[in-house]
Design a protein around this ligand. Structure first.
Ligand SMILES: *[C@@H]1O[C@H](CO)[C@@H](O)[C@H](O)[C@H]1NC(C)=O
Ligand SMILES: *[C@@H]1O[C@H](CO)[C@@H](O)[C@H](O)[C@H]1NC(C)=O
Ligand SMILES: *[C@@H]1O[C@H](CO)[C@@H](O)[C@H](O)[C@H]1NC(C)=O
Ligand SMILES: *[C@@H]1O[C@H](CO)[C@@H](O)[C@H](O)[C@H]1NC(C)=O
Length: 632
């Protein structure tokens, strides 16, 4: 037996060198690129002029190199291989002369490192830090068909080239497969969801459009996949149903509890999967955060709220961050968490707080942990500055900057995102200030996507006393105009240095919006402005800001401007002509005396509101006194 085997081995060892020798040793080395893979991308319309034909050829080379990298781990082809002839053969149009195309010497270019002496994937990995590679993975390991997704991916690739490759190779390496192209070749091979020759990936990374016809013709496999997966899912479903029936039959009560737990678990993991899939955020470990915040030290707490505490932390790279740690994490809390992370991650604007990452963990002692990590804002919140220790000292230019900043941030939420986002909890403590006192709208915990063109009616009103628009507080009617109202209240706080709402003695309360209105109504607009404000601005401008705030806090939502309009008015150097502010009905929290006065004054008709509903009064620039009302 063993003798036979050794004989066999002997025969092999004789035959094998023989077959090697049988090949002519002088044969030119074949180009290892797989030109067959180009076929789907060679459908009409094909490029017709020389420049685009050259570009097409170079893009094809990058796609092929990416496939080559995936297969071999090398960016290079062996030195003696000749790739230009097969490339010519593979393309269905004649290539211009190589010299005119940048293709001269392409074999030399392909066989030497194109960028920073990087020739293998391992060398690329050694050169580009793991965080940048994670970023590439997160942003490119997705369906790249949608333009924004593709842009996110290509942006991260260009950033990688600029940050880690070009500095080591200032001339950019060779101009065919150089430092700018390396990350694209890498991403196709190492990060893309379905490889570089997937139609969407090729379109995004190499600008090669796949022929749609054959892909339709070859739709059979896709269709087959559908059926197979469908069947599989069905079988699993049936199996699950059978299993649960079996459980019910065996032990009814315990089965119910188990099913509930399983359900909540799957819901949670689903929510978490959807975050990981839809964002390019960093995922921190519990230990990362614990270290950053000194084990959640008491003195690193910088904020407390109904949701949990906010800690200050320092990451290993020295970056200071704010960590919001949610308390009472349950399956229901997870949904809210996933929601907030998705909302914040989906919007990027100078005047919105940027999310760095998040952390999901389960610890033995503390149970489930959900945290989000944002950049730390050194200047704290607007609330701290207005109502912190002592009188607010902020100068007018700073206040103006903050007002415009928050207006821009909100305008972006309402108009710059699809679907629009209603923040629902605009208040001074949610406006954070960075080193330059640039306002950053924060805390999207209550944010809601606005159903398109619809007025949302909510049964559970969220928000903070004094800031909530009356129609929302009373009827749960939620629109972007609710945010406009809250913005107006914050703007009034910023102008007056007074709090939005204070309970006074004997059940009386001070409502800033009503107080300001009463002054504006009597032509004493300037009295709203905090006395002794540092570096006061031109009276006309400050007055304009108060009037805008009065307009924003109008009880009738149709009278309020949109945030876009507010930004325009606040940014304009001059007042935009007379501001027309519709008169108010009675304050929502009118007391009995007000109502009786109103009833007796409205010519005995018994209406609470004046017959014309709301009479406009026009605030003219040249005339600081508004028209006096018809009655009283
Ligand atoms: C070349 O690419 C084609 C199409 O993508 C594929 O079917 C084939 O297996 C590849 N050949 C090699 C040697 O990798
Ligand atoms: C690359 O550089 C060479 C000379 O260094 C030049 O002849 C060629 O046209 C360039 N190719 C491209 C695509 O710019
Ligand atoms: C490039 O890397 C190779 C090994 O991969 C090394 O032998 C060579 O010296 C390097 N060249 C430069 C210029 O760093
Ligand atoms: C990126 O993803 C690929 C495959 O999914 C994996 O092999 C690689 O290690 C990932 N890189 C990083 C930095 O996470």
């Amino acid at each position: 037996m063993s003798r036979r085997l050794s004989l066999l081995l002997l025969a092999f060892s004789i035959l094998f060198p023989a077959t090697l020798l049988a090949q002519p040793p002088t044969a030119p080395q074949q180009c290892p690129l797989n030109f067959t893979a180009l076929r789907p991308f060679l459908a009409p319309p094909l490029p017709s002029d020389d420049a685009s034909r050259c570009a097409f050829a170079l893009q094809s080379v990058r796609l092929l190199l990416s496939l080559h990298l995936a297969a071999t781990g090398s960016f290079l082809v062996p030195a003696s291989s000749s790739c230009l002839p097969p490339l010519r053969d593979a393309l269905p149009f004649p290539l211009p002369p190589p010299d005119a195309c940048g293709l001269a010497g392409i074999d030399a270019l392909l066989s030497a490192p194109g960028c920073a002496n990087i020739s293998t994937r391992a060398e690329f990995d050694a050169r580009v830090p793991a965080s940048a590679r994670r970023d590439i993975n997160a942003s490119c390991d997705r369906e790249l068909g949608a333009v924004p997704v593709c842009t996110t991916c290509t942006t991260s690739l260009s950033k990688t080239a600029a940050a880690y490759l070009l500095p080591g190779s200032p001339d950019g390496g060779n101009n065919v497969t150089g430092c700018v192209q390396y990350p694209f070749i890498y991403a196709g091979a190492a990060a893309s969801l379905r490889g570089p020759d997937d139609p969407d990936t090729a379109d995004c990374l190499y600008l090669l459009k796949a022929n749609s016809e054959p892909s339709k013709g070859s739709g059979a496999p896709a269709w087959l996949y559908g059926v197979v997966f469908g069947c599989l899912a069905f079988v699993l479903l049936v199996a699950a149903a059978a299993a649960s029936c079996f459980f019910v039959w065996r032990r009814r009560r315990r089965a119910a509890a188990a099913a509930l737990a399983a359900d909540s678990r799957s819901k949670r993991s689903h929510a978490m999967e959807s975050i990981t899939a839809s964002t390019t955020l960093l995922k921190f470990t519990y230990d990362d955060i614990k270290m950053a915040t000194g084990s959640f030290a008491r003195d690193s707490i910088i904020g407390r709220g109904g949701f949990g505490n906010v800690y200050k932390g320092v990451l290993p790279d020295g970056a200071e961050v704010a960590v919001k740690r949610f308390k009472n994490c349950s399956a229901a809390g997870d949904a809210a968490f996933a929601h907030e992370v998705e909302v914040v991650a989906s919007v990027r604007h100078v005047n919105l707080v940027a999310l760095r990452g998040y952390c999901i963990a389960a610890t033995q002692r503390e149970g489930h942990q959900r945290m989000i990590v944002c950049d730390l804002m050194h200047n704290g919140s607007l609330h701290d500055h207005l109502f912190g220790a002592g009188e607010c000292q902020m100068a007018w230019p700073v206040r103006q900057r903050i007002a415009i900043g928050m207006a821009r941030g909100l305008s972006y939420l309402h108009r710059g995102t699809q679907p629009a986002i209603i923040h629902r909890d605009i208040k001074a403590s949610n406006i954070l200030l960075d080193d330059d006192f640039e306002a950053k709208v924060a805390d999207f915990g209550l944010a809601k996507f606005a159903p398109e063109g619809m007025t949302h009616v909510s049964t559970r009103v969220a928000g903070t006393m004094g800031y909530v628009a009356p129609e929302y507080a009373l009827y749960g009617q939620l629109t972007e105009k609710s945010d406009v109202y809250s913005f107006g209240v914050v703007l009034l706080e910023l102008m007056s240095g007074k709090r939005a709402f204070m309970s006074l003695s004997e059940g009386e309360s001070f409502v800033l919006a009503d107080w300001a209105w009463s002054l504006v109504r009597r032509g004493k607009t300037l009295d709203v402005i905090q006395e002794g404000m540092a570096e006061p601005g031109p009276t006309k401008v400050m007055e304009k800001y108060v009037l805008v705030a009065a307009l924003c806090t109008h009880p009738q939502l149709h009278a309020r401007p949109t945030m876009e309009q507010v930004v325009k008015i606040l940014e304009a150097d001059s007042a935009p002509g007379p501001l027309i502010i519709p008169d108010r009905p009675l304050p929502v929290v009118a007391n009995l005396a007000d109502i009786e006065r109103s009833v007796s004054s409205s010519t005995g008709s018994g209406q609470l509101f004046s017959p014309s509903g709301f009479r406009s009064f026009i605030h003219r620039d040249e005339d600081a006194t508004p028209e006096s009302p018809k009655e009283t």
